[in-house]
Design a protein around this ligand. Structure first.
Ligand code: ACO
Length: 311
């Protein structure tokens, strides 16, 4: 029986760049503070989920050589859809000329990995081709007068095509978790702005990342030494450093884009994945760990054997 594998990928960032220097004209902050506390130097803003997703989705399909009529399902991981309804996935579906089911999935910053695991279950069930997009426009729900949050977030989209053409499984192990008791430490009310208790999110994020990663690796039957690449959620460089230290993974193995993207929620892992692929950091057969956490608190990890089509 053929297995699911990633056959196309693309990333997209909106044009408007907001630097730390520009933020210092908006709130009481400094480039030094933001860089030292988060690792972020600039971010892209003023994006719209349907527009960013359409660009990334189209490019990923072109790369995979998949025409719109051959896509069987569109999964869009987002927590900032353009509208309450219809689902942004429906708009993207129309933009791309797809004739298939389309649905938004919200697991906040864990959304892309939730989507990847979900897509692989559909593939195991016989679906041939899925377009999975992680896309968020957090600039639309930021309080630009709140220095605790406005320096951290940005907009973007990443997309992958998953096809049922692999000779062996590529998703080797995964872990999905949610701890709703922590819903109050990071949230956005309907029509509201992001509210965050940063220190508590930081503390729980490190634990959740390490736990999700360990569970996924155990289920995959591998150890940290077997990993060629780690693609962590890009929220804060210090969260990534602390989590990888707990896991015994050197930072050199992590893909990092947050310095120029900020935290793009569901887009963060695909943006960092595409960056690593395009930099030639993964070879056929390499094992990749993707691990994310987000409001909820949600967390998700997946161990993937890199198996793009050759030739
Ligand atoms: N510029 C200058 N000073 C600031 C800023 C700023 N932008 N923001 C906060 N401060 C101040 C605070 O007011 C505080 O001052 P006080 O001591 O007088 O009260 C001081 O800096 C230190 O604040 P801390 O909270 O101790 O700073 P910390 O080192 O924890 O860093 C940060 C703050 C960056 C928010 C960190 O806690 C963090 O990254 N938390 C996790 C955030 C995160 O990952 N969120 C996304 C989750 S994913 C999702 O689902 C969307």
């Amino acid at each position: 029986m053929p297995h699911g594998r990633i056959t196309g990928w693309a990333a997209h960032l909106p044009e408007r760049v907001l630097t730390n220097a520009e933020l210092t004209t908006m709130v009481d902050t400094s480039d030094e503070w933001i860089t030292a506390r988060s690792g972020i130097r600039s971010r892209h803003v003023d994006g719209r989920v349907t527009e960013m997703s359409t660009v990334a989705g189209r490019e990923a399909m072109a790369m995979a050589g998949v025409t719109p009529d051959r896509v069987d399902l569109l999964l869009l991981a987002t927590t900032t859809p353009d509208q309450q309804f219809p689902a942004s996935a429906s708009v993207v579906q129309h933009n791309l000329g797809l004739t298939c089911g389309a649905v938004d999935m919200n697991a906040v910053c864990s959304g892309f990995v939730y989507g990847l695991v979900t897509a692989m279950q559909f593939i195991n069930g016989g679906v041939e081709r899925i377009l999975l997009i992680g896309s968020d426009a957090l600039s639309s729900i930021i309080d630009w007068e709140d220095r605790n949050t406005c320096v951290l977030f940005g907009d973007g989209a990443g997309a992958v095509v998953i096809e049922r053409t692999g000779d062996q499984p590529s998703l080797l192990g995964w872990d999905l978790m949610s701890d709703g008791s922590a819903a109050g430490i990071l949230y956005c009310d309907q029509g509201g702005k992001i509210v965050m208790h940063g220190r508590e999110v930081f503390r729980q994020a490190v634990l959740a990342m390490a736990s999700a990663a360990e569970n996924a690796m155990t289920r995959a039957g591998i150890t940290a030494d077997d990993l060629a690449l780690v693609v962590p959620h890009q929220a804060n460089i210090r969260i990534i450093e602390a989590s990888l230290k707990r896991l015994g993974i050197p930072m050199e193995r992590a893909s990092l884009v947050l310095a120029h993207t900020g935290n793009t929620s569901a887009a963060s892992i695909p943006l960092a994945l595409v960056d690593a692929i395009e930099a030639g950091r993964v070879a056929q057969g390499d094992l990749i760990l993707m691990v994310g956490f987000g409001a909820g608190m949600s967390s998700a990890a997946a161990v993937l054997r890199w198996d793009p089509p050759t030739g």
